[in-house]
Design a protein around this ligand. Structure first.
Ligand code: SAM
Length: 350
């Protein structure tokens, strides 16, 4: 495990590309089994057998952006739009708290209704009621000043996938007014301001290559994020990428294990997209070094409307109501469900 981590820490783009190509095209089952074992060993050395639970609240499906792959992008007229009120969001946290959650992840489209003032009011409202809980925001690109205010209001963590570290690839996935440079600026600002920061990408996104993946690894190595959101691309029927395929089932676990070995202490979710694209996806993610799950706490009637891709799971073990199934699955893999705040190792107090 140490050798692989050392290699990833110093390899150049060409070497990374060759490793990814080998794992995707030539590696036999035994090789992949060994890769996943090394990733599991690395996770264990950082966090033991713990799998951290986060309660996910998808609080608005309005979005001013137009990411070409995303079902809730601005120009999808067929997307149903909803927005939760502050009280509704706090009610979600209340039910989540009762179920044992101590981290709440508030995610939305880029909805300008949620000005700094409104969002700060929501975060500080949650922190007043549940001071021992962590709040993670995932609300897209904002100014440094906005991030400063949200941090001052008590936000602990921020998720903003970089999507791809390659300029030309980024431009094939987003309209010209959305620039990779700004997304990267946001991530560095968030880090400097003191957040626990998550970057990440979709595996198998349209036009992704081994080369862009190698660039992603180098970007993650430079940024050193505390979390990484890595899930498969899944097409959405109302997007220009409706006919593009999801990646082969092994591709996301391969990338998860590389990122685990690259960033041994990273908090790495087995994502809903992975569970949606493969019926054993979550287990495979956890066996490849993931150590976070994010069951959905969004009010039931809105879940189908946060429709980023087709057939997105929001029930069963993806939902907070299905917790016992999820806990059983995790224990079945020899891992331990953990409901503590689950901060990154560098942020743990005492
Ligand atoms: N608006 C915020 C942002 O852009 O960071 C947060 C919400 S955004 C919908 C969350 C993530 O969903 C994106 O970072 C993207 O990687 C993922 N996503 C969007 N469309 C997807 C698709 N078709 N397949 C898989 N993941 C998708």
């Amino acid at each position: 495990a140490r050798q692989l981590s050392d290699f990833l820490a110093s390899a150049n783009k060409r070497e990374l590309l060759a490793l990814i190509r080998f794992l995707e095209e030539e590696a036999q089952e035994d090789d992949l089994f060994e890769l996943f074992r090394l990733a599991g060993e690395t996770r264990k050395a950082s966090y033991g057998d713990r799998v951290f639970f986060r309660g996910l609240i998808e609080f608005s499906s309005f979005c001013k952006n137009d990411c070409y792959y995303c079902g809730i992008r601005r120009s999808n007229r067929k997307a149903a739009r909803y927005r939760l009120t502050k009280n509704e969001i706090i009610d979600c946290c209340r039910s989540g708290y009762a179920l044992g959650f101590r981290t709440f992840v508030l995610q939305s489209g880029e909805d300008m209704f949620f000005s700094d003032e409104v969002l700060c009011g929501i975060v500080s409202g949650i922190k007043e009621l549940f001071p021992e809980c962590a709040v993670t925001l995932s609300v897209g690109e904002r100014s440094r000043e906005s991030y400063r205010r949200l941090f001052a209001a008590g936000t602990d963590r921020y998720l903003l996938r970089h999507e791809t570290a390659d300029e030309a690839h980024y431009a094939k996935l987003h309209p010209p007014e959305q620039a990779l440079k700004n997304r990267k600026r946001c991530l560095y600002d968030l880090k400097e301001l003191g957040y626990q920061v998550g970057a990440g990408l979709m595996v198998g996104s349209p036009f992704q290559t081994y080369e862009t993946l190698a660039e992603d690894i180098i970007f993650l190595r430079d940024l050193q994020p505390h979390m990484a959101g890595i899930g498969p691309f899944i097409p959405h029927k109302e997007t220009r990428f409706a006919g593009f395929p999801s990646p082969p089932p092994k591709s996301t676990p391969i990338l998860l294990s590389l990122v685990r070995c690259l960033l041994p202490k990273v908090l790495l979710p087995a994502t809903t997209a992975l569970a949606t694209s493969d019926k054993n996806g979550r287990e495979k993610g956890l066996l490849a070094g993931a150590n976070v799950v994010m069951p959905n706490l969004t009010p039931y009637e809105h879940r189908k409307d946060f429709s980023l891709y087709d057939n997105k799971l929001a029930t069963g073990s993806e939902a907070a109501e299905g917790l016992s199934v999820l806990k059983r699955q995790i224990k079945g893999l020899g891992l331990k469900p953990d409901f503590s705040r689950g901060d990154h190792a560098d942020f743990q107090k005492g």
